[in-house]
Design a protein around this ligand. Sequence first.
Ligand SMILES: Nc1nc2c(ncn2[C@@H]2O[C@H](COP(=O)(O)OP(=O)(O)OP(=O)(O)O)[C@@H](O)[C@H]2O)c(=O)[nH]1
Ligand SMILES: [K+]
Ligand SMILES: [Mg+2]
Length: 441
Amino acid sequence: MPSVDTIYALSSGALPAGVAVIRISGTRTIEVVESLCGAVPAPRVASLKPIRARNGLTIDSGLVIYFSGPASFTGEDCAELQVHGSRAVVQMLLHELSGFHGLRHAEAGEFSRRAFQNGKMDLVEIEGLSDLIVAETEMQRRLALEHSEGGQSKVYDGWAKRLIHARAMIEAELDFADEEDVPGSVSERIWNDMELLRDEIDAHIAQAPIGEIIRDGLKIVIAGEPNAGKSSLLNALAKRDIAIVTEIAGTTRDVLSVDLSLAGFSVKLFDTAGLRETDETVEREGIRRARDVISRADLVLLLSETKMGFDTLQELNLAEIPVLKVATKSDREDIDSDVGADVAISTRTGAGMDHLLHAIASYLPDLSGVTALSIPSRRRHVDALRQASIALSDSLTLDQHGLDIRAELLRVAGDAIGRITGRVDVENLLDVIFSEFCIGK
Ligand SMILES: Nc1nc2c(ncn2[C@@H]2O[C@H](COP(=O)(O)OP(=O)(O)OP(=O)(O)O)[C@@H](O)[C@H]2O)c(=O)[nH]1
Ligand SMILES: [K+]
Ligand SMILES: [Mg+2]
């Protein structure tokens, strides 16, 4: 697409900063760099240059790197100008760039979109890159890096190839079916492999909850009686004064949340209103919200000072959700130390807090023996994999039907997998995927 605009944007973070990186991509890159810097440096060699506006004023001096397409991030001619990261320098440089004919400011995700369109990265790699940019925990970084560098794409491409191979063998069998000496049916081997493939895909899908926890964090809800010390615990774990703590029962009404990092995982911790019968309108709404967020928890920390408290809380319908019973205020002498809890804590003295964190960590996914490649990272991927698995299963079970129908089901499965990496028509998906990026990426 030679006629597309040349685009530019600030690709580095918030200003002011030590260095700001302005990226340019498109056919006019050479012309622009020549005008700003006097000459275009050799490709991929950082060169310190004065950067001048066309009226002769020096904007700044900085490192200029030119990438000759297709050996660049976008696949087009690209340049990166590394200038001093002040608002004034960046503003003047962007203003100068806007004055060039055929240049315009990039839209969100546009550099990456060009990389995809020019075949530099597939969709899984691009999504991995988008995840890597926003990664906050060690596990998020590991998963995103693996995906952005194409490891996952290789797995999906391998699966798609096996499906194509199977179809080709079936086509051949259909073509030669009426000939005398067809070498013994190829089908046997093909269907064995397709069954294996279906099992591999299902095993991959089964890891989706881990991918979700890595991306979105483990949802932990602090629940319990009024005044049990729930908000005090939230504040203690967050090491910040987030929730209001008072001695008045029924202080917390809204659901509060904070993101923490625990053992390399992201954890979303929720504080909720104390659970009790009440006629007070605001508190009732708070309790309704508490029950709602409890029902969506991965883990509930059930807090109480007393054994009776835990007993009444049993009535909460926590059916499928793991619960950790936490006895609070262990520093108080008037409190019975044996209330049948899993952990006893005091936010006042810090007693038991390590024990509690340890107990929580045991609810995090065990990643020993699990590689990043065995974990699907996004709902989009899982949905497509499910479609592939269903089509594959159908083609395996429909053995009384004609081969042509079974081959068609393999095509459906292959297309579903092809859509994950973008090998198969995904035009309608692109806007959704690239809109997740910010400008300059
Ligand atoms: N001695 C002692 N007091 C505590 C401890 N944790 C909390 N408290 C006190 O218990 C009272 C209630 O604490 P909160 O954290 O507001 O309890 P809560 O469960 O959030 O209460 P509601 O939001 O009203 O349901 C406050 O007076 C706290 O200072 C503790 O570990 N030891
Ligand atoms: K309180
Ligand atoms: Mg509270």
